[in-house]
Design a protein around this ligand. Structure first.
Ligand code: LMG
Ligand code: NDP
Ligand code: PMR
Length: 395
């Protein structure tokens, strides 16, 4: 234990470069550097704000000079229709809590994209969501046919798409052998990354067509995929290597089931899939933000230690993990709180910045967090995109 603690500590140190190492190191989910350079950042922010205010006032004056436009925009504000948001994996945990938080406002219609219709219906009912605020549609992310069928049915439904939340995930920490998706990809990466990759690519047009004031694509990430944090240094660590396994199709036959080509490890596969999620969000941002105005974002919602994500872990872990996170790391958040956080990333008018990985501090205030070196590697993001495109049949 001491040895691994020490060696992990060394590896953190090695990864960074002097001051950078301090800046990039997060402890308990909050960047250490965040505290150190708050002063510095707030100075920059202040001057940026000054600048915005100046530009803003010019814009405001223009608006006053064109009363017709002004009236039109006021009119639009008054009649702002309900937002339409698709949330994958909304039948439990974070997805359900987010659906509930959004539905409760009365301003959103939530399309719960779930693999188990009955479970989703029961979950929505027991969360107290009223019928007019949600629709359940079938989606099994571990089958690309199902993803395509979902997209077809969604398009036929005629509903607009204002926000898409890629939230569903599986975690197989105790599996000795890999399991596979319908197309034969290792299950965690196949579901968490490839299923969502195809889904979001196929729904880009619909998002782009939305006339909602702020359209967004949100892909849930996590701290454990980020090796610039303590949590990300608990073995096995995420690492995509040179993507040889992914390029080979993750089928465990003529290629490894792991992205980096190594031996199967369920916990690592999950963490790798989260890196892919965070890289994909950034690649979307680079390719589409300017042209479409869509906001692309990822987040670490906090450690929601009680969700179904840990259903396959050993009972001892499931018993000890919540008190460990509550009392020792203090990284714990309730499902309700995490749902409010994600709901803000969906709907808060102040969280429109694109390309951001959001996290929250202890007072539940959001901040733009730093991703690890690998999770922000531009070259790797492009490669993951290109290889994934081939695997899901888009290229
Ligand atoms: C792997 O094991 C499994 O092999 C794999 O199959 C998969 O499950 C994977 O990530 C999932 O885990 C990881 C394993 C070993 O971790 C454990 O088994 C520990 C389980 C922890 C669960 C909770 C423990 C509870 C403890 C007691 C709580 C009691 C409750 C309390 C109530 C409270 C009352 C008040 O992991 C290891 O190998 C251990 C090594 C851990 C390494 C940690 C990494 C550290 C790195 C870095 C150091 C940096 C230093 C900075 C420090 C700053 C300090 C100020
Ligand atoms: P849950 O297991 O509670 O929720 C996961 C959801 O994904 C469930 O609704 C599940 O459906 C669904 N799902 C799984 N496989 C598929 C599939 N093949 N097709 C469609 N839906 C599927 O876990 P969480 O709420 O904790 O996880 C939600 C997100 O939060 C994940 O992206 C996870 O990585 C992330 N996260 C979680 C953290 C935590 O501490 N819990 C921390 C950081 C990030 P079903 O109900 O049918 O099983
Ligand atoms: Mg971790 C320092 C804080 C911290 C935080 C915020 C998390 C979050 N974890 C922390 C620390 C530690 N964890 C330490 C010191 C240990 C060794 C005792 C530890 C262990 C541990 C295990 C075995 N942690 C875990 C596991 C899991 O199986 C979970 C996992 O890796 O799932 C992939 C997990 C998690 N710890 C977290 C979070 C958020 C998770 C789970 C989920 C996720 O990343 O999506």
């Amino acid at each position: 234990m001491t040895t691994s603690l020490l060696s992990s500590a060394v590896s953190i140190h090695k990864e960074g470069k002097s001051l950078v190492s301090l800046k990039e190191t997060s402890f308990m989910g909050t960047s250490v550097g965040e505290h150190l350079n708050t002063e510095f950042k707030s100075t920059i922010l202040r001057s940026k704000r000054e600048c915005n205010r100046r530009n803003g006032s010019i814009r405001a004056q223009t608006a006053v000079m064109t009363p017709a436009t002004n009236r039109a925009s006021q009119e639009r504000k008054k009649t702002l229709r309900k937002g339409s948001v698709v949330i994958t994996g909304a039948s439990s945990g974070l997805g359900l809590a987010t659906a509930k938080a959004l539905a409760e406002t009365g301003k959103w219609h939530v399309i719960m994209a779930c693999r188990d219709f009955l479970k989703a219906e029961r979950a929505a009912k027991s969360a107290g969501m009223s019928k007019e605020n949600y629709t359940i549609m079938h989606l099994d992310l571990s089958s690309l046919d199902s993803v395509r069928q979902f997209v077809d049915s969604f398009k036929k439904s005629g509903r607009p798409l204002d926000v898409l939340v890629c939230n569903a995930a599986v975690y197989q920490p105790t599996a000795r052998e890999p399991a596979f998706t319908a197309e034969g990809f290792e299950l965690s990466v196949g579901t968490n990354h490839l299923g969502h990759f195809l889904l979001s690519r196929l729904l880009m047009d619909d998002l782009n067509k939305s006339d909602y004031p702020s359209k967004r694509l949100i892909i849930v990430g996590s701290i454990t995929g980020n090796t610039n944090t303590l949590a990300g240094n608990v073995p096995p660590k995420a690492n995509l290597g040179d993507l040889r396994g992914l390029a080979g199709g993750l089928n465990g036959l003529n290629s490894s089931a792991m992205i980096d080509g190594g031996n199967f490890d369920g916990a690592k596969a999950y963490k790798d899939s989260k890196i892919c999620n965070m890289l994909t969000m950034q690649e979307f941002h680079r390719r589409y933000h300017e042209e479409t105005g869509i906001t692309f974002a990822s987040l670490y919602p906090g450690c929601i230690a009680t969700t179904g994500l840990f259903r396959e872990h050993i009972p001892l872990f499931r018993t000890l993990f919540p008190p460990f996170q509550k009392h020792i790391t203090k990284g714990y958040v309730s499902e309700e709180e995490s749902g409010k956080r994600l709901a803000r990333v969906v709907s808060d008018p102040s969280l429109t910045k694109s390309g951001v990985y959001w996290s929250w501090n202890k007072d539940s205030a959001s901040f733009e967090n730093q991703l690890s070196q690998e999770a922000s590697d531009v070259d790797k993001a492009r490669k993951v995109w290109d290889v994934s495109e081939k695997l899901v049949g888009l290229a």
